[in-house]
Write a protein that binds this ligand. Structure first.
Ligand code: LFR
Length: 473
């Protein structure tokens, strides 16, 4: 049977990795050849990604990938969504902003003065998130936007540096708010109405298509074969993660749980109903034209930002120990709304949790273990609610909830989500995003073939999930 190797670059909000995937009809092996931190940088104008540092680390990782597997001819790149770099004549104009930067509020006001969220939703199908690309673009100085000739989302920017080809991969482009939900083309009328320059948006490319061969000097620097190319994959990390959920899509909900918890179902067509609008659900573009009907739940960010707050205060925190002690907490555990927008920005998380409880006349946690438990219970509740809601909105009879990504290693979170939803949770694979990236490349290269169902079947056979049965108490 055919077998082959591909390289995946997967950039998350807190770390990036380069993985070599070995794929065959019954094999799906991953070797991590590089892992590096992703530390955003705050300058006087706001919070930025260190994009050059990330590109440097990714290319160093790719060099290592070609060293260990010189036969690789395909590279796929995914990252978080919505953020972009502006270029003119191939030169980047300033460092990309982080979606948690506060400047987007002005963009929200500017856009909503022209079009209310409900009207945007009818066209782009997106949930309201203050950092959706259209709000970020609306917050840019117009001189800068008019000076730029190209806007590239983060994976597209890295792909451009590797190949010289500027494209917008469609799953990630769906998170800009500037694509039509129904046919996934740039919404020229909307772009004009918002006064944004249409010319900066590059032609679209779909997962499975070849972005381009590596530039000769890049191939030489990476030690790559001269025919090595970048392949478009679901470059929105969540799109790649959903590819690798070992689920039966007509009977399951998924939670891609890392910094965010992306909770939803997969459907064939966008759900643009008043109910979906009211529940603030999103219709993001999936691989093979599927639709990711999901909701952004605040995710492990709440926990990691609480840990960071305690560390800044001089405490040394070991996460597994903290979670063990969280599990031991007994008595009533207060639950808060993790989706409250006050939790979005970096900063004092326990303080904001206290504030939420004070406003809701509830006694806040006291110890760090109690905070951790309260966070996990609150996440589990939000996960259970959103999974059931996704099923109702999408007409999917949800009987199982899959959790993939880093959160699938958090046993307390998996168990409590199962308990609160009253149905089994299947946890894993932890590296779903990289797996989805690898699988779509392997299919494009002809190493494997078939629908998403057969790709998921391969994941299920090679990365069996762990089952958490719901407990009643
Ligand atoms: C997850 C993710 C979410 C997106 C958020 C911001 O990593 O891509 O899907 O809403 O990051 O881009």
């Amino acid at each position: 049977a055919a077998a082959g190797a591909v390289a995946a670059v997967d950039l998350g909000a807190t770390s990036g990795r380069v993985i070599v995937g070995h794929v065959g009809a019954d094999t799906l092996d991953m070797t991590q050849v590089a892992r590096f931190p992703n530390d955003p940088v705050r300058t006087s104008d706001g919070l930025h990604w260190n994009i050059l540092g990330l590109y440097g680390a990714a290319t160093a990782g790719l060099r290592e990938a070609f060293r260990v597997a010189p036969e690789i001819t395909s590279i796929g790149i995914d990252s978080w969504a919505v953020d972009y770099g502006l270029l003119r004549d191939g030169r980047m104009l300033g460092d990309p902003f982080h979606y948690r930067d506060e400047r987007t509020a002005a963009g929200v006001d500017a856009v909503h003065a022209l079009l209310p969220h409900s009207e945007l939703f009818e066209r782009n199908g997106l949930q309201f998130l203050p950092f959706n690309t259209l709000y970020q673009l609306a917050a840019e100085p117009s001189e800068l936007l008019n000076f730029a000739d190209t806007a590239l989302l983060i994976p597209d920017l890295l792909g451009f540096w590797l190949t010289g080809v500027a494209r917008a991969e469609v799953t990630n482009a769906s998170t800009t708010g500037l694509l039509r939900a129904l046919d996934r083309h740039w919404d020229d009328a909307l772009i004009a109405r918002l006064g944004l320059p249409r010319g900066i948006l590059p032609p679209l490319i779909a997962p499975g298509e070849t972005l381009g061969a590596l530039l000769p000097e890049v191939a030489a620097a990476l030690g790559a074969r001269p025919d090595a190319a970048v392949t478009a994959i679901g470059s929105h990390d969540t799109a790649s993660a959903v590819v690798a959920v070992p689920m039966q899509a007509d009977a399951a909900a998924y939670i891609s749980c890392g910094t965010w918890g992306l909770v939803g179902v997969e459907v064939a067509r966008p759900v643009l109903t008043p109910e979906a609008l009211a529940a603030n659900f999103t219709n993001e573009g999936g691989v093979d034209g599927r639709v990711r009907l999901l909701h952004n739940v605040m995710g492990l960010w709440v926990l990691s930002e609480a840990v960071r707050t305690w560390e800044r205060a001089g405490h040394t925190i070991d996460l597994p120990t903290l979670l063990d002690s969280a599990e031991e907490v007994s008595g009533p555990i207060p639950v808060f709304d993790v989706n409250d927008p006050r939790f979005l920005a970096p900063g004092d998380m326990p303080g904001r949790i206290d504030q939420w409880f004070a406003e809701h006349d509830t006694t806040p946690p006291r110890t760090r273990a109690e905070y951790a438990r309260s966070i996990v219970e609150s996440l589990a509740q939000a996960f259970a609610d959103a999974a059931l809601e996704a099923g109702r909105l999408g007409g999917v009879d949800v009987r199982t909830i899959h959790i993939v990504g880093g959160g699938s290693l958090n046993e307390l979170l998996c168990q409590r989500t199962a308990d609160r939803a009253g149905m089994p949770v299947l946890a894993g694979p932890v590296e779903a995003t990289a797996l989805g990236n690898v699988l779509v490349q392997a299919r494009a290269a002809g190493i494997i073939s078939g629908s998403l169902e057969s790709l998921r079947d391969l994941v299920a056979r090679t990365h069996a999930p762990r089952r958490f049965a719901p407990r009643t108490s």
